[in-house]
Design a protein around this ligand. Structure first.
Ligand SMILES: [Zn+2]
Length: 229
């Protein structure tokens, strides 16, 4: 009998596999864990979908030929206000896709797990989805060692004529060759605050919708430059 392991994790994504199986991608304190649930799609009708995105679950699994096979999954909790609201759910699921892209399997990182739980709880508790998206994504990138440079030009530290240059790591001024979208001082300041402030202060922060939308667009470019999509 293979050795059993137990992990608690947040379900980031599920995908169908073979005819009746499903793979669930989990974020756990020990890193990303992909478990293969044999027959999950056949069982689902009776057993309910424990392995649904945005569920926190306990799994018991074992290794066979390089795969983690699921033996048992039990539901722990979810984020009801997120799952019950289209805007919040969309923001959360989009952010969790970034986690899938950024976190390699087996790279233990309990900070990333704690950060993700903390932000999903905040979103569940009323943090506006647009604030969640930018603030969480910035911190996720930092945790993955890809945090964009947000204080002045990445090359000369100047603060005039700043533009967004994802391939150079963040803000780059026009004099240093920055050719991307211009980033106003106000937007730069907002991004810095979103990257840094503790959650209670974030919830009180008043950032214009326009800056939040522009910030999300800049991060989207960053994602495309660094993760190729
Ligand atoms: Zn410069």
């Amino acid at each position: 009998m293979a050795e059993l392991a137990r992990d608690r994790g947040i379900v980031l994504r599920t995908q169908d596999h073979a005819e009746t199986d499903r793979i669930a991608v989990l974020l756990t304190p020990r890193g990303r864990l992909d478990v293969l649930a044999k027959g999950a799609r056949r069982l689902e009708r009776s057993a309910g979908a424990v392995l649904d995105p945005l569920h926190v679950v306990d799994v018991i699994h074992y290794r066979r030929r390089g795969l983690h096979l699921l033996k048992e999954a039990s539901f722990v909790r979810t984020f009801p206000a997120v799952r019950g609201d289209l805007d919040r759910a969309t923001a959360a699921l989009k952010a969790l896709r970034w986690v899938v892209d950024l976190v390699p399997t087996g790279a233990a990182d309990d900070r990333l797990y704690a950060l993700t739980l903390e932000f999903l709880d905040a979103l569940d508790g009323g943090l506006p989805p647009a604030v969640f998206t930018v603030a969480y994504t910035l911190r996720l990138l930092s945790a993955a060692g890809l945090g964009p440079h947000l204080t002045g030009c990445v090359r000369c530290a100047g603060t005039d004529g700043l533009t967004w240059s994802p391939e150079r790591g963040g803000l780059l001024c026009a004099r240093c060759g920055g050719r991307g979208d211009p980033v106003s001082a106000r937007l730069g300041g907002a991004l810095e605050a979103l990257a840094r402030l503790p959650l209670p202060a974030l919830a009180r922060l008043r950032i214009p919708d326009e800056d939040l939308a522009n910030g999300a667009a800049l991060l989207h470019q960053f994602h495309a430059a660094h993760l190729g999509r």
